[in-house]
Each structure stands twice: as C-alpha cells, then as structure tokens.
Design a protein around this ligand. Structure first.
Ligand code: NAD
Length: 361
C-alpha cells in the first residue's frame, strides 16, 4: 500500500520527535511491504520566520491532498519569543486552529492508557488502578459552547454575558458514528457522557446516540452524566473503553484522563474528518525548554503514527506492531528523562526511536 503522508515537524522538539516517528513508519513499511511518501510542510513559528504567517494556503492545500497528516508541535516560549509580539491570528498556534478548520477535523480522539511499568507516575492509589486502564475519549471538536453565538452587553442595567450551546442532529450523529466505529476496533463499549437531566442539547445528544447505537448491535452503550463521569474517572477508570462526549465536556474530561496516566510524553491524539482522513499528533506541546537537547520523549508521536495506521489506513496489524514494540522497550527498562525512575536505563530521543524500530519485525 502507498501511504501519502504530510509531515509537520513544527517548532521546538517537533522536528526531533517527528523524525523518530517517520523512522518507525519506514521500518513498518519495510517489514509489511508499504511505501511511505512524505511531503513536509511548515506550520507555526518556523512558517512565520519563512513566510510571515503561521500557515500558508499552499501548505494547507498540500495537507488537504494527503491521506493523513503527522504533526509534531508548534509554538515557542510564550513569554519570551518574538512570535508572540503580533496579533493572535498571526501567532504559531493560529496555524493549528486554521489547519483543523481547513481540514474539517470534527472528531478528536485521545487515548489514556496506563502502562504498568509507569504506574508509579499515576496519581491514583494502587487499589483504584487495579489491573490498569485503557480508554479513548472521543470529543466533538467543532460545535457546542465554544462555537455558539456569544456576546456581552448591558441588559436591564447589568452587564450580562451569554454563550450559546448548540448542536444539531447531524453534528451529533457523525461523531457518534466515529465513536461506534472505533469501539468496533476495541472492546466494543461506548459510554456517552452528557447532562441530559438539565440540558436540551444533551437530551437530543442522547436520542441521536441511541439511534446510531441501533446500527451497532455488537457494541454496548451506556449513558453517564458528566459530573458522575468526572468522579468515575478517578474512582474506577478501568470501566471505560470509548467515552463519547461533546466539545466542552470532552475538553475537561480528556485532560482529567491524561492526568491520571501521569506521563504527558506518552499520550497520542488524533483529529478526524468525516472520512478516513486525520491529523495525528502528541498531546503535549513543543517543549521549548528542552528543544535541541536530544532528550525529548518521542513515544507520544510514535504512538500517534500508530493511530494513523489504524484509523486512516485500516492497518491494524501494523499499528499493533508499533504499540507492542513500545510496550517491549518499556518492559526492558528503557526510559527517556521525563519517565525515568531509578533502576531504569536512561536514553535520549534518537536511541529511544532506534530501540522501538529494532523491535518491529
Ligand atoms: P509542553 O507540553 O510543551 O511542555 C510542558 C512540560 O512537559 C515541559 O517541561 C516540557 O519539557 C515537558 N514535555 C512536553 N513534551 C515532552 C516530551 N515529549 N518529552 C519530554 N518532556 C516533555 O507545554 P507548554 O510548555 O505549556 O507549551 C510550550 C509550547 O507548546 C507553547 O508555545 C504552547 O503554545 C505550545 N503547544 C503546542 C501544542 C500543539 O502544537 N498541539 C499543544 C500544546 C502546547
């Protein structure tokens, strides 16, 4: 199979970690008989330096023409970089918003997986962690409260602010379909999170999710109120497989789920459009404090590349091979500085990439 991939190394540690992810993809290509075709584009601070804008029309067009996009991270030291002495729409992160919008990426998936080797970094008690957890948060990304009408004005002599939470049935249906499709590739369980005891938008959400569920008889569906979900994540995280939710609830719950894994350098993410196209990136930022030192953990980006193989190309066996190789390297005791603990062997970015590559055969 030929895989047409746009890479966006970006800023800070971005180029270092994307290089390692491409090394791993190349190895997968050699072992399983696929051809990786990369087109590199600039986004973020590096694009500002070259073109004066964080994302050019040409770069966006190249991304649109690809099968999938692999992104490192964009942005610099916010308090201390010339990239931030300009209007917000010209800053590095504006490139990120522009590409998400331009590519119509409405579904965000963030896995939260606890490696037993890294359980020491998990802030939860051992008896709560139990045999670990492995969930994905599926968050609607382009609707709801963050995109509704908003204004602040004086009403009856009082300054009043209004934000509007709107969803139509199509917006709900397309994200629900994604969640059920992904559940079919996992443990076939969806927990849909809403606030249906209060919000009309949640009541419509529940109705449409149930309609979609009818097309997936193998997948079990439960509904959970968002306040209960926030508690359940820290009381019994092992119960979750796919968590489906709207934009703002997902924003908050996905951060909570990331935190309980305890290791930001390990967390991948994907943003998908209506079809198979997706943009894949680590959950962390460009870490300007360690850029160029060769110490960044490339695993979140490598696992994002695995998600790309699984969700954009349906190459589940190949994605499994990458995830297994990562697991093996951790079991053997290799760690980058951010996940290091006593008794382990500390390695840098390139060595970690090499170790993972060697274990894909
Ligand atoms: P950050 O995630 O870049 O860094 C937070 C801390 O985690 C730092 O100490 C950093 O060294 C460490 N860290 C992050 N990733 C690591 C890795 N792979 N290996 C080892 N250590 C790692 O968050 P921040 O400092 O708040 O933001 C830095 C820049 O990144 C800002 O310009 C911000 O806007 C940008 N950012 C970009 C994205 C993106 O491109 N998607 C996301 C978040 C932040």
């Amino acid at each position: 199979m030929k895989l047409n991939i746009v890479t966006i190394p970006g800023d800070g540690i971005g180029p270092e970690i994307v290089r390692e992810a491409c090394k791993v993809l190349d190895r997968v290509g050699r072992v399983y008989g696929h051809t990786m075709e990369y087109t590199e584009i600039l986004m973020g601070g590096c694009s500002i330096d070259r073109y004066g804008v964080p994302l050019t029309d040409e770069a966006l067009a190249a991304a649109k023409a690809a099968d999938a996009v692999l992104l490192g991270a964009v942005g610099g030291d916010v308090g201390n970089s010339r990239w931030y002495d300009v209007a917000p729409n010209l800053r590095p992160e504006a490139g990120l918003l522009a590409i998400r919008k331009g590519l119509n990426l409405f579904a965000n998936i963030r896995p939260a997986y606890l490696y037993k080797e890294l359980a020491g970094a998990c802030p939860l008690k051992k008896e709560i962690i139990g045999s670990g957890f492995d969930m994905v948060i599926m968050r609607e990304l382009t609707g709801g409260l963050y995109f509704g009408e908003r204004y602040t004005k004086e009403i009856d002599g009082l300054m009043t602010a209004v934000d509007t939470l709107t969803y139509n049935e199509n917006e709900i249906r397309r994200i629900a379909v994604k969640a059920f499709d992904i559940a079919m590739k996992r443990r076939k369980s969806v927990i849909s999170v809403d606030k249906a005891n209060v919000l009309d938008s949640s009541r419509l959400w529940r109705k449409v999710v149930e309609e979609v569920a009818a097309d997936y008889p193998e997948v079990s569906l439960k509904h959970m109120l968002v306040d209960n979900c926030a508690m359940q994540l820290v009381m019994n995280p092992g119960q979750f497989d796919v968590v489906l939710t709207e934009n703002m609830f997902g924003d908050i719950l996905s951060d909570e789920a990331s935190m309980i894994t305890g290791s930001i350098g390990m967390l991948s993410s994907a943003s998908l459009n209506e079809g198979k196209f997706g943009m894949y990136e680590p959950s962390h930022g460009s870490a300007p404090d360690i850029a160029g030192l060769g110490v960044a953990n490339p695993i979140a980006t490598i696992l994002s590349a695995a998600m790309m193989l699984r969700y954009s190309f349906d190459l589940d066996r190949e994605a499994d091979a990458i995830e297994k190789a990562v697991q093996q390297v951790l079991t053997e005791g290799y760690r980058t500085g951010d996940i290091y603990s006593e008794g382990c062997q500390k390695v840098g970015t390139v060595k970690m990439g090499d170790l993972i590559v060697e274990r894909i055969s």
